[in-house]
Design a binder for this molecule. Structure first.
Ligand SMILES: C[S@@+](CC[C@H](N)C(=O)[O-])C[C@H]1O[C@@H](n2cnc3c(N)ncnc32)[C@H](O)[C@@H]1O
Length: 479
């Protein structure tokens, strides 16, 4: 892909090496197709190798620190070069052979030995802190990343497009990088096997019953995407067929076959999402067969999952993440706790026994409906969830006299809204924990937060082995 901007690089400032003057490298001339010899210095936040060509930063996907690579320029701007590997002159001892196809995305660190992936996830937050420099950043304790014992088969949800190929076969998988060619993947090492078995078996049944598959160019056909989600605790699978048409031909045959061949599938839904759209899900989801929900268990609490309900994708690490959050919050049973960015209330509900009263919020009404249902199902009597933005509700509650003693935030990659940061600074709850899935926005937010809080530590947790995605828990103490 030819980027004008590097995707997801640290926002605002460019990702140049320390000590490199801004315009030093603007005169470096390269052309697409030029061959360069680059020594890789470190990994960037997308897991790509970073080296320098005459002091100009050069991004090389698939290259590892210490490697010397012969590369071909694929894109360049005033500020950076992008290149692909032609040949290795020197390979890293940390390089391993990935089991997954490298033609699709999603496993951008699979060629790096797992212990080194964990070090990378410790280092990437260090890089972000060095960039944003929140006060005292160089003495923040970044703990070693908590990894998985077996860093494979962890994804509890497969959400794969399905397409008919020119030879008449049907592929279900992922798109080849930078293309619209769907690759039917023989190995997806990060997926829970039940999710793969489900989408592949359903693909075969669709082929056998000749149910039309969606054609992107003509915008005809029926089945667009197969979504399979497994409950780690019960093994039950929920299948959702995303369709281009409001009805599915041969539906009863389809369901009979699925029931016969996939006994773990206990819940089938259809989501209607017509036409050419970049969105996977349409607005209308209907129940076709079996249970309305599958149920996941976290910390002894049960969570009913409708097809659209958000749940962390790595159940084993979610338990560790929440355990870290609980330890960092250190509740003493009487506190008023805010579970901000709550999703379906998994964090607050799993902490309910340790808190006095809990309020949570999320901007997605369906998530809040599920959260309040989860409160009832778990016989929790001290938690209530509200629809709204954290940056609106937290200040409103504070203004109305409901002052939190403890706050846990789990925002999306964009981090905390300015308004919420200001409210936190003004009201500063005694206990505060930040779960972050983006080291850059966390480091940016810390610039403000350290005005009233001391950062006790940052605990990275590997929620997405084989990828460059970062997640961590930050424990604060009020100054
Ligand atoms: C990373 S998820 C966390 C979900 C949940 N805490 C969990 O562990 O499953 C972030 C959530 O924030 C919600 N969200 C996004 N912007 C928000 C905002 N401004 N205020 C409150 N919630 C928001 C999203 O809908 C999403 O459910």
């Amino acid at each position: 892909m030819a980027y004008n901007k590097r995707p997801n690089q640290f926002p605002k400032k460019t990702h140049v090496s320390r000590g490199t003057k801004k315009n030093d490298n603007n005169n470096v001339q390269v052309k697409i197709g030029d061959k360069l010899l680059i020594t890789i210095k470190r990994l960037g936040i997308n897991g790509e190798g970073i080296g320098y060509y005459k002091r100009k930063i050069t991004f090389i996907p698939g290259a590892l620190p210490g490697e010397v690579v012969d590369v071909k320029v694929t894109n360049f701007t005033e500020k950076f070069i992008e290149a692909e590997i032609r040949k290795f002159k020197q390979k890293s001892p940390d390089r391993v052979t990935p089991t997954d196809s490298q033609e699709v995305g999603g496993v951008e660190l699979a060629h790096l030995a797992y212990p080194k992936q964990l070090e990378f996830k410790q280092d990437i937050i260090r890089q972000a802190l060095e960039k944003y420099k929140p006060k005292g950043y160089d003495s923040i304790n970044i703990k070693p990343t908590i990894g998985m014992d077996n860093p494979t088969k962890y994804r509890n949800k497969a959400q794969f497009p399905i397409r008919q190929m020119k030879d008449g076969s049907i592929s279900v998988g992922m798109y080849r990088r930078n293309s619209h060619f769907l690759v039917d993947l023989p190995v997806v090492s990060t997926q829970h096997p039940a999710t793969l078995e489900t989408v592949r078996t359903v693909r075969n049944i669709l082929q056998k019953l000749a149910i039309p598959i969606y054609d992107e160019k003509k915008e005809t056909g029926v089945i667009k995407t197969l979504v399979a989600r497994v409950s780690e605790s019960t093994g039950d699978v929920q299948l959702t067929l995303v369709t281009n048409t409001p009805t599915i031909p041969d539906l009863s045959q389809l369901i009979t076959q699925i029931h016969a061949e996939l006994p773990h599938v206990v819940s089938i839904h259809q989501n209607f999402n017509p036409g050419d759209t970049s969105l996977i899900w349409g607005d209308k989801t209907t129940h076709l067969w079996g249970e309305d929900y599958i149920t996941e268990m976290i910390d002894g609490k049960t969570f009913k999952l409708s097809p659209r309900a958000f749940l962390q994708l790595n159940p084993k690490q979610t338990k560790r993440l929440y355990a870290e959050a609980r330890m960092a919050l250190d509740l003493h049973h009487a506190e008023k706790l805010i579970d901000a960015y709550s999703g379906v209330g998994t964090i607050g509900i799993s902490l309910a026994d340790a808190a006095g009263e809990i309020r949570g919020m999320d901007t997605v009404p369906e998530a809040i409906a599920d959260a309040n249902q989860n409160v009832i199902d778990n016989h929790v009597t001290n938690a209530k969830y509200f629809v709204g933005a954290a940056e609106d509700l937290v200040p409103q509650w504070a203004a109305a006299g409901w002052q939190a003693d403890a706050l846990i935030v789990d925002p999306p990659r964009t981090g905390l809204d300015d308004n919420l940061r200001q409210t936190i600074l003004a009201h500063a709850p005694e206990k505060f924990v930040y779960i972050s899935c983006n080291e850059s926005t966390l480091a940016r937010d810390l610039v403000d937060l350290v005005k009233v809080y001391h950062v006790d530590y940052i605990q990275p947790i590997d929620m997405f082995p084989q990828t460059a995605r970062w997640e961590g828990v930050v424990k604060f103490t009020k100054k």
